[in-house]
Design a binder for this molecule. Structure first.
Ligand SMILES: O=C(O)C(=O)C[C@]1(C(=O)O)C=C[C@@H](O)C=C1
Length: 358
């Protein structure tokens, strides 16, 4: 058997090699950054980043699992991008919300992440150019769509340049050391709904109060004796709370999907893309059926359809559709042109790399 100190020396040698290589990579990224600055090109290129990650995943022989490879290289790219120009990102705050986790997962820790009080504020910051991108929740696998976000696309011209899935693992946390000391529980409406069964079995007589976010609940629990919050592990760390019960949500596979919004979408296909569009049909029989027919004709898979009132005329709707593929792929572009011809209103919200569910 090999000896422990020899193995550690070997690790030290490898780390030095990795360090040299990382800095070589960073210097090249700086040169790329200079060219981009000269030509006025965007520093953040989501399609290129997604392609790098999927290529590495393909090459990976293990034992590191693909999700570790993605997490490591996301950070490497984030650090290189920050040397070119730190990416400014507004997210629905406060710190330690699931949206904050989504922003970190997508842009990495070397980005300039700024918490905002509302979804409205996030859209505003991006529109006014005070940040480069925004991160907002769009749907939860149990609770469904976030209407507020979807409606914002009716009011602004912002585009979607990415999506992120974050697993929602909810924990009960408190300054107290045991469940029998808990008199009140705080959390966000969705988190309470998802933990209802656990609460009725374990804390049936305890008062439950809704607050604006899971992170805000954790902040309250950090200063109110006898209280607890349902929130993420990141919130427990930030507010120094004890986790009294782990994974109290009803389904173990619960994800929230977030969108990355910006002034443009992800222009270059990554090979694993999605496109979001919104449209209204004319008021006639079979209009929606006819509108969607081009997707079947050109073999474009529709992954989601959602309808929302236009808020202009009662009973008039706008449809939000997600399809597989990039708008620059021929069959997608043909299907979209045909859809547009049959619509009274049509807008491409953007093409972007498909997010990973992990
Ligand atoms: O290829 C580029 O355009 C780069 O700027 C390099 C790099 C990277 O580190 O790989 C960094 C930022 C971009 O979003 C994409 C990739």
């Amino acid at each position: 058997m090999e000896n422990l100190s020899e193995l550690r020396e070997e690790i030290d040698r490898i780390d030095r090699e990795i360090l040299t290589l990382l800095n070589r990579r960073a210097k090249i990224a700086q040169k790329v950054g200079e060219i981009k600055r000269e030509k006025g090109l965007p520093f953040y290129v989501p399609g290129r980043e997604a392609k790098i990650l999927s290529k590495l995943e393909e090459l990976n022989q293990g034992p590191l699992p693909p999700e570790s490879i993605r997490a490591i290289f996301r950070e490497v790219i984030s650090a290189c991008r920050a040397l070119e120009e730190p990416t400014k990102v507004a997210f629905l705050g406060p710190q330690a919300t699931f949206t904050h986790l989504a922003a970190l997962k997508h842009f990495g820790t070397s980005s300039d992440l700024r918490p905002k009080d509302s979804i409205d504020d996030v859209f505003n910051e991006v529109e006014k150019g005070r940040v480069d991108y925004g991160v907002v929740p769009i749907e939860n696998s149990i609770e469904g769509i976030v209407n507020y976000t979807i409606d914002m696309f009716l009011e602004t011209d912002l585009k979607i340049s990415g999506e992120v899935f974050v697993p929602v693992n909810l924990h009960l946390m408190s300054k107290e050391g045991s469940l029998d000391r808990i008199k009140k529980v705080y959390s966000h409406r969705h988190a309470i709904a998802q933990s209802r069964k656990w609460l009725s079995e374990n804390l049936p007589y305890v008062e439950v109060e809704e607050v604006s976010s899971t992170a805000r609940a954790a902040e309250i629990a950090s200063r109110e004796p006898g209280s607890a919050a349902i929130a993420s592990e990141a919130a427990a760390l930030l507010y120094d709370l004890n986790i009294l019960a782990k994974n109290i949500q009803e389904l173990s596979k619960n994800f929230t999907r977030f969108l990355i919004i910006g002034k443009s979408d992800s222009e270059f296909p990554s090979g694993r893309d999605k496109t979001s569009v919104m449209f209204s049909t004319r008021h006639e029989a079979g209009a929606l059926f006819k509108a969607l027919q081009p997707f079947a004709v050109y073999d474009v898979n529709l992954s989601k359809i959602e309808s929302r009132p236009t808020k202009k005329k009662p009973w008039e709707y706008v449809f939000f559709v997600d399809i597989e593929g990039h708008r620059k792929e021929e069959r997608v572009s043909k299907a979209l042109s045909e859809l547009e011809r049959g619509c009274s209103f049509f807008k491409i919200l953007g093409s972007y790399p498909t997010g990973f569910k992990e």
